[in-house]
Every structure is written in C-alpha cells, then in structure tokens.
Write a protein that binds this ligand. Sequence first.
Ligand code: 5AD
Ligand code: SF4
Length: 482
Amino acid sequence: MIQYEPYLLKGIDLTVKINKEIEYQNEFIEKVRKLNEGKKLTYSIITMGCQLNENDSEKICGMIEKMGYSRVDESKNADLAVMNTCCVRENAEDRLFGKLGELKKVKEEKGTIIAIGGCMMQEKHIQDKLKKSYPYFDIIFGTHTLHKFPEDLYNALKDKKRIEDVIDIDGEIYEGIPIKRDDKLKASVTIMYGCNNFCSYCIVPYVRGRERSRKPEDIIEEIEYLAKQGYKEITLLGQNVNSYNGGENYNFANLLHDVNKIEGINRIRFTSPHPKDFTEDVIKAIKECDKVCKTIHLPLQAGSTKVLKAMNRKYTKEQYLELAQRIKKEIPEIVFSTDIIVGFPGETEEDFEDTLDVVRKMNYEQVYMFIYSRRVGTPGDKMENQIPEEIKHERFNRLKALVETQTEKNGEKYVGSEQKILVEGTSKNNENMLTGRTETNKVVVFSGDTELIGKVIDVKIVRNAVWYLQGEIEIIHQLSKI
Ligand code: 5AD
Ligand code: SF4
C-alpha cells in the first residue's frame, strides 16, 4: 500500500507524482476486482459529445473492465451505469436528466450504481440540480478526476455513500490509464487537453481548463503500441491541436512528421485545428507527410467578420478564405470540413449571408451545423442581442439545404475515380457488402472478401448515393497489390 495523499504530494518530481497516482489507482482497481469476484457484474456507458469525450470514455471502460465488469448495451441491465457528459450545447442536459429519470426505477429494483462524469459535472449549477432533483446518483466525477474513478467506485461500494469528486484546478496529464478501445483499426489519441481561446460562445475552457500537451515520447509510444496491435488509422485529438506544445522547438508540425514515421500506421488525421494558429510549417507537414490525410477540419463558426469578432475567434472572413486558398495552393488535392454555429447573438440576415457565402466558396466536404446554445458563464450568454429561436431555426434550415446540395454535387465528382479505401468491416445494412472510407472520410460501400478488412485498397467509385459512395473492386487486381 502506498502511503501518501495524492493531491498533497508537493515538491516532488511531477512524473514521479503522476506515476505514483496511477499505481495508487491500480490498487483500487485490484480492490474492486476482489470485492466483485465471482459476481459476473455488468456495466453500461453512455457518451455524449465530442471525440475527446469518446476517448475519455474508452479510458473509463478500460478501468471498469479491469475491475471485473463486462459491458452491456442497456443501462437497465447494468450493475454500474456510467454517463460521460458533454456541456457544449443544451440538448445534452435534457438527455442526461431524461436518462436519470429512467434510472431511478432501475436503481430501486436492481441497486444499480449510477456514476456521472465529464464536462457537465464541472458546472456548479448542474451539480446543484443533480443533488436537488436526482439525489439517488452514487458518484459524480469531473474532467480532472477521471483517473480516480477506481478509488471513487471503491469508496462508493464500500461505504455505500455518495461520492462527489470534482475539482476546479487543471488536472495533470496521467499516462498509463487502462484503455478499452471501441474499434480495432482506427484509434483516437489525445495529444493535448484544455483550451486557452475562450471563444465567447464556448464552455470548454471553463470545464476542461487551460492547454496542457502530452509529451511527444508518450504520444509516439502509444501510437507505436497501437501499430503493433494492428491499428491502421490514428486521429490526433485536442481542442486546438495546432497549439500543441511538445517542449522547446517541438510543435504540432514536428509531431506530424514523427507520427508519419511509425511503421504499420497508414493514415493520420487530426481534429480540431484553430484557423488562427495554422502556421506554414503545419501546412508543409501535411503536404510532406504521405500518411497525413489530405483533408482538414477547419472550424469556421461564422462567415461574418463582425460575428467572428464578437465570438472572439481572432480572424476575419477574408483571413479565413485566404488561409484556405494558401493551403489549397500548396496541396491542391486538399478538401475541407467545418463547424458552423447559426444564430449567435447579434447575427443579422446580412451576417448570415456571409456564412452562406463562405460555405459556397469553400465547397466543404462536410459541415457540422449547430444552432447557437446559450451556455451559463460564457460571455455569449450575457450578450443582449440574442436571436429568437424561430429565426435561428429558419437560418439553420437554409444552411442545411445549401450544404445538402453541395454534398450531393461533391459526391458526383468521385464517380469514375479510383480511391484509396481503408476497409473497415461489413456494411451495417448489408452483411454481404464491405465498407470503408476514402482519405476524405467519405463512406464507400462495395462487394469484396472479408479478408480485405484492415487493408488499404483501390476502389473504383461507380455511383453517388449522396450519404455514401458505391464502389467496385477488381478482385484479382487487388490481391496482387496486397
Ligand atoms: N452553441 C452551439 N454550438 C457550439 N459549439 C461550441 N459551443 C457552442 C454553443 N454554445 C460548436 C462549435 C464547436 C463545436 C464542437 O461545437 O461549432 O466547434
Ligand atoms: Fe471552444 Fe473555441 Fe476552445 Fe474550440 S477553440 S474548445 S470553440 S473555446
């Protein structure tokens, strides 16, 4: 038993402290495993929000499975029901409270342990609401205490008391948390935590703290390990990946070059960069690194310079378009995707037209569209000129119509071309068909042998079905290439 109080360890080398903390948690993993021995316990997990949260959930699952639980889909069948929450938009709140309502009866009948974690737990008003209206939860844990889940669960089981483990200081980066990945070919690797940008609509900097980057050697080691396990595609994750700071003279471009050298990995993606930090060396790295997919997620948020200023995005409409042009000049085959918010406070019809104008000019491969959602504690929430709901919806629908026409047209340009596809598995809708993705992230469905799963092959695109492309392969031709 290690005798120390994790958060009181002062004056000790940070790496030692972090390693000790993980060792300390491993002891709780062992304790819970012993407590549960022979019981065949199950758990369920619901993940809301972004890829970073999904990656956090994979770590929660890793810890839970080591403690002897096996996963089930439905929380009503689980002994431990976990919810990993998001607070970027309001609809996640409705979903959490709805789910908690359902779980009340399940808990009464089955004694299910209810654990709620993630971004929403960092918000005081949510904690208060939970305690007042849903007091039957067992554990709440925040974004900075995820690694302590084994200790929290052990205490909840042993003392049968409610555990509230949320801290408001930036967490350290804990290496070595067990991880149970959802996929066998594609893996997400978080390279940095937190955000320093404070876009005025966004709650993330308040709930995830300031930017902290993982050490390059830890990231490389994790990806080398993934490559050995047969993973082919890596997505580097962070709220703002191009502010990655791996130490003196080591930035995101250096990291791309180093990941590109890892044998066994075929594809590298990353999300999300911030347009204001898109430096020449990153553009050059994308161009030079053959495994880096020539597709960039470049969040626009709004097309009007006035709205961008109010959003604190630190670029103008013209600077955004100029950046995209510069990238396109260097890498002609590049395609872009984006995030757009409609109905930010003060957005006039003219401002919205600017958004449509950028969408037309950029001809995005994919657009993630959001209706502005007021977040307590952000500057946007305090702005007076909020847009009425019906106008927000009406603009959203107009943007959606434009995006759909573009998506359809964009699909057409693939017909007749040969695309490199990472074969991911059989199609959900038709087991006799295979499915995979182009470098530009378009889904392609085609017929072929399941032996091809996990390989990158050439597929001829024969039809544009809007949400996916239909392809064909020449079997003999393919086998000779593999
Ligand atoms: N309302 C609507 N969309 C938001 N996003 C972030 N905050 C909000 C908000 N308050 C969107 C942004 C971001 C994406 C992850 O979520 O477009 O890029
Ligand atoms: Fe939120 Fe802006 Fe940070 Fe992205 S860059 S997480 S939108 S504050």
